[in-house]
Write a protein that binds this ligand. Sequence first.
Ligand code: ACO
Length: 366
Amino acid sequence: MTQPLKPADLVPSTGLEGIVVADTVLSDVDGQNGELVLRGRRIEDLAGRMPFEAAVQHLWGDLVPTSGTDLRNAFAQARRMAMAALPAMEKAPAGIGAYDRMRLGIGALPEDTGLTDAELISGACPVLLAAAARLETGYVPIGPDAGLSSAEDLLRMLTGAPPAAYAVNALDRYLVTILDHGLNASTFTARVIASTRAGMRDAVIGAMGALRGPLHGGAPGPVLDMLDAVGTPENAESCVMAELERGERLMGFGHRVYRTRDPRADVLKAGLGELPKDNPRLALAEAVEKAARSALARAKPDRKLDTNVEFYTAVLLDAVGIDRSLFTPLFAAGRTPGWCAHVVEQQKTGKLIRPASRYVGPAVSG
Ligand code: ACO
């Protein structure tokens, strides 16, 4: 009789590393050379050079159906329509968290709006995020201003005050930087859901579930916690070493695909230079980054662990006054148009994604 395999006999999971499971026209992640291309343009030529809506327009091109309205206007309409989702978000139990409240809002967006699903969901995110944040902290949500861009309106709806131009530019830079990134875990999730012919909101809500984990989009809050714990640049080396000796992963370092520096880290770091005054955290962040890179090179010489996007995400968003509890919701808001584009691309294949597993459990008895 065949004996069941013991855990030690199991083939270690490769996490699908290096396995190609989809063709895409959307983005190319070159892990060896540290390059990210969105529809034929390097991320450095997009982020910091155009507002979020223009980058989405570039990504969507002729792939994603739109209502024909200029995208800035379509997103402004979506923000207005998103107000219909607020009652469902208000009914959520206190303390549920901005992220879950935002997900409830996506599920409660109105039907038959005249916008496409991609426009409605992507455009609505700033309202859902800002309302979720305000409800969590006991404030009344603020309605959108259709005359503003997504980034400016999002900042205004969060605080109730008109944001500074530098903050709007920094947020646009961030949102463009994280718009799309190949077949990462959340995008793959969105494509799996789309392949079952479930709707776009199901795909986005499911993708948000995959995004929130600390190995993916949940890392920047903990990055800031780490910087707080380090406190001063002089402590960087000892704190980083202590963390590794405890067997912890350093948040904001390492990547499944990049075997060199994540290009998005530099795009975001460059954004810090455009802020009006020296950011007190920048020297600290640079010291921690230097200590972490050299400690990781010593600890994992074969793995090539370098800075990823989440490290400078934390520093940049903190510098523009975004609370760390909103880092992952903001990541979701910026990635949503990317998820929607992948959903459309997946729908075009018409094929259910359904891989196989190998049974290693007990043999049939009796
Ligand atoms: N700190 C310490 N050790 C690390 C780190 C890290 N940041 N990253 C990887 N390692 C180690 C692992 O412990 C493992 O060691 P082992 O072989 O001795 O067990 C080895 O490097 C390989 O790690 P894997 O988990 O197999 O590599 P994978 O490609 O699956 O991981 C990941 C990529 C999840 C991003 C990882 O580098 C990590 O956990 N980083 C920290 C969390 C983080 O920054 N997340 C944000 C990622 S960016 C994004 O998703 C937007």
